[in-house]
Design a protein around this ligand. Structure first.
Ligand SMILES: [Zn+2]
Length: 63
């Protein structure tokens, strides 16, 4: 079990990773707020606004 970390670059939340699985950057932070879970990016207004095309957990604010 790792700690959830959010990517500062794209907001994607992963667990137990050193590199963001989505954008492959090392900018992970465990200090984040406003988690959104995108299940169906096609039908989600938030996903469109954030330009998210894959389902997953995302943080809106990453410090
Ligand atoms: Zn990322």
């Amino acid at each position: 079990m790792g700690t959830d970390k959010a990517c500062r670059n794209c907001g994607f939340i992963s667990s137990g990773q050193q590199v963001c699985p989505r954008c492959k950057t090392h900018t992970l932070s465990d200090d984040f707020t406003s988690v959104v879970i995108i299940i169906d990016p096609e039908k989600s207004e938030i996903a469109k606004r954030l330009n998210i095309k894959e389902p997953g957990k995302y943080a809106l604010k990453v410090r």
